[in-house]
Design a protein. Structure first.
Length: 73
């Protein structure tokens, strides 16, 4: 019974980590730029990046870029 409970706890923790990894978290860099990990579908998703910067982070700027899946604005 303890073994089954331990497995349940581990699965619950993994599930929580996976959900939080898919949330868009706005982070400000030391240079004042905003970054959003996993904010771009690909390196060309600048419009999606711009939308996230404005709606999710409440951050407006004239330039947005995607490097891999990371959004910079």
């Amino acid at each position: 019974m303890k073994f089954a409970f331990a497995i349940f706890v581990v699965l619950a923790i993994l599930h929580t980590e996976l959900i939080s990894a898919t949330e868009y978290k706005c982070k400000v860099t030391g240079t004042g730029d905003m970054t959003i990990p996993f904010g771009c579908k690909d390196g060309n998703d600048v419009q999606g990046c711009k939308k996230l910067c404005q709606e999710k982070c409440k951050y407006t700027t004239t330039r947005q870029s995607c490097v891999g899946k990371k959004c910079y604005c």
